[in-house]
Design a protein around this ligand. Structure first.
Ligand SMILES: [Zn+2]
Length: 250
């Protein structure tokens, strides 16, 4: 089993990160941690270097922070990412966030930055991890416009767009939101298992306390229940999906 999206660099893990990761190592095949801000990039690199072939890294700039950082700083960060390509298995999370960002001018900036991420992923030949909160339609449009092919729609939450997603080569990753959200349940139901991955978005979505990548097991159980498959099948197929998508363990 693989957690295809979490944030191990978050300070929530500072007291016991080593223990958390070693516990994951006992039960999971891999963990893909996501660096979403330049301030966390060096820390993220340190983490993955410590657990080679177990913790893998994607990096990008989260659209929620769009108004925080001047453009030249983002350009510098992108140069850093290119330089460190050998440590990356993907670009992101990147995309659009209309939940936290309401101003049209900042939304326009998000779009520009999103396209930049897509171009960087093409240049580095890496897949993309997409954040699309309340902007799922816009994100899909941009991805198609830009002819992005290797795409993971992380925590995708628009069930009505799933038929459109299935037409593409894109994957969808689902997390413990399935325990409270009918939408996530429907997304799991509608999306073929061949296009699904398991994730946690840990440390978030932990039922009121800190989450860890180990909760992908609960997610896989729920997928099995919803899709009437065995746990083993769900485990095998979602793991294969993530291994192939990110090119893990090559
Ligand atoms: Zn995330």
């Amino acid at each position: 089993m693989i957690d295809s999206h979490c944030h191990l660099e978050q300070k929530d893990y500072d007291p016991d990160r080593e223990e958390v990761i070693l516990n994951c190592k006992k039960e999971l095949k891999a963990v893909v941690t996501c660096c979403a801000h330049m301030r966390d990039f060096n820390k993220s690199l340190e983490i993955i270097k410590k657990y080679p072939n177990f913790v893998f890294l994607t990096a990008g700039f989260h659209p929620e922070y769009i108004s925080e950082v001047p453009e030249n700083k983002i350009n510098k960060y992108f140069e850093e990412l290119a330089k460190n390509k050998k440590y990356l298995v993907g670009i992101g999370e990147c995309g659009m966030d209309y939940h936290w960002v309401k101003e049209p001018e900042w939304r326009e900036k998000q779009k520009e930055l999103f396209v930049k991420h897509i171009n960087l992923a093409k240049e580095l030949n890496l897949p993309l991890v997409i954040h699309s909160r309340d902007a799922e339609k816009e994100c899909l449009e941009i991805l198609k416009e830009q002819k992005a092919k290797r795409v993971l729609l992380h925590y995708f939450s628009d069930k009505d767009l799933i038929p459109e997603v299935i037409e593409t080569s894109y994957f969808v990753s689902v997390n413990t939101s399935v325990f409270r959200s009918k939408t996530t349940k429907k997304i799991i139901k509608k999306t073929p298992i061949e296009k699904l991955m398991t994730e946690t978005d840990a440390p978030w979505l932990g039922f009121g306390k800190r989450n860890t990548p180990l909760s992908v097991k609960l997610v896989a159980e729920k997928i099995a229940e919803i899709k009437k498959l065995s746990f083993e099948e769900v485990d095998k197929i979602t793991t294969e999906n993530a291994v192939k998508f990110f090119g893990l363990m090559n």
